[in-house]
Design a protein around this ligand. Structure first.
Ligand code: ATP
Length: 365
């Protein structure tokens, strides 16, 4: 199943029709979301779509213009951040530069409930072990790498034993390789603790890699909330199809529709497209997408790519190591394909109807 392993869990954090308006802007526009206990939930979307504001509303740093925020069913809309039992990590570490790593983490403990058996010293040691920084306890933050600093910030946020961990672009200041390493570490820590985590990023690849479920946001509202595979394979809207991963989106008119399949005319050619859960009627204007890796390419030209194929011209190619991404021109449009073999000239490109997904329907009748 494409559902996430946390699907049966109770709700930890819930936003019920939450809006946040400033004088000129609506930052968050009627968001309803349920994050489950122990879930790694990510808000992703382009700059300005309202991710950070949504996270700040959950943390309690902002209060909503409309709507309700609940933790475990309890209304916390008017509850200040310090009473919400959340740990927060921001993009720019915000460690105390004059304190050692251990002191920074111990500072987080000051917000904990009265100690229950375990000494602060022992607890700091456990937290540093959790983030894999046992040997760094006496270092000052300015002698750590960016990734190490963020791990200290995570340990400090976790020190009071919060119910929910909130992370706002914690890796955006790091280089690509370090980001990939740190995201694995963050995911491992989250799994080990089983802590409900809400994560903000503009990086769609990171969102897919790290999350149980992803909310793709646009203009202050989530467009689709689903596990990563579902978002990638079955984008619910054209925006999601184009924001997450490479995609080819084609627009056409429905010529036939029956038995879960449609024939769609694009330019003067027709393609068969599986409909899954969508319904379309003859005459509808539709958009459908096909991932570059699902476009079959036959460099030898004529016909052998079978049905549902057309002829396109290779314009350029980017060598990416494992694959090559080729830019084809087809009737004034660009098509992206992924191939192993170098391509040039005229090629046949086709796709399996099951690999196409209708992402927009404009009923004309
Ligand atoms: P980014 O990825 O660039 O951080 P974002 O998706 O996190 O963007 P937000 O920071 O939540 O987006 O901002 C959403 C919108 O609300 C933006 O248009 C922003 O300019 C506006 N906004 C955010 N905070 C305020 C504020 N305090 N006053 C006025 N407008 C604000």
């Amino acid at each position: 199943s494409a559902e996430s392993p946390t699907e049966d869990r109770p709700t930890a954090v819930e936003l019920d029709d939450v809006a946040k308006r400033y004088a000129e802007t609506t930052a968050v526009d009627g968001v309803s979301l349920s994050v489950r206990e122990g879930e790694f939930f990510t808000l992703v979307g382009p700059s300005g779509c309202g991710k950070t504001t949504t996270l700040r509303l959950i943390a309690g740093f902002e209060s909503p213009t409309e709507g309700t925020v609940r933790f475990h069913g309890e209304d916390v809309t008017g509850t200040p951040p310090e009473d919400r039992d959340v740990g927060v990590v921001f993009q720019n570490y915000a460690l105390f530069p004059h304190m050692s790593v251990g002191e920074n983490v111990a500072y987080g403990l000051n917000f904990a409930d009265p100690p229950g058996g375990v000494s602060d010293d022992e607890r700091v040691r456990e937290l540093l072990e959790l983030v894999d920084l046992e040997g760094m306890r006496d270092r000052e933050p300015d002698r750590l790498s960016g990734g190490q600093r963020q791990r200290v910030a995570i340990a400090r946020a976790l020190a009071p034993g919060p119910d929910v961990l909130l992370l706002d672009e914690p890796m955006s200041a790091l280089d690509a390789r370090l980001r990939e390493r740190l995201r694995m570490q963050v995911r491992a820590i989250q799994r080990e603790l089983g802590i409900t985590t809400i994560y903000v990023t503009h990086d769609q690849e990171e969102a897919l890699a790290i999350s149980d479920r992803v909310a793709v946001m646009r203009d202050g509202t989530p467009e689709q909330v689903a596990p990563p595979r579902e978002i990638y394979r079955r984008p619910g809207t054209r925006f999601v199809a184009e924001f997450v991963g490479d995609n080819n989106v084609l627009e056409g008119t429905v010529l036939e529709s029956e038995d879960g399949r449609a024939r769609i005319e694009v330019g003067s050619e027709t393609f068969a497209v599986a409909l899954e859960d969508r319904t379309v009627a003859v005459g509808d204007a539709v958009a459908f997408c096909v991932r570059p890796e699902n476009l079959r390419v036959d460099a030898n030209g004529a016909g052998s790519s079978g049905r549902n194929a057309t002829t396109a011209t290779v314009r350029s190619a980017e060598f990416l190591g494992e694959t090559t991404r080729a830019h084809l021109e087809w009737r004034g449009r660009e098509l992206l394909v992924r191939t192993r073999d170098p391509l040039s000239g005229e090629v046949r490109v086709g796709f399996d109807p099951e690999d196409a997904r209708v992402v927009a329907v404009d009923r004309t009748a």
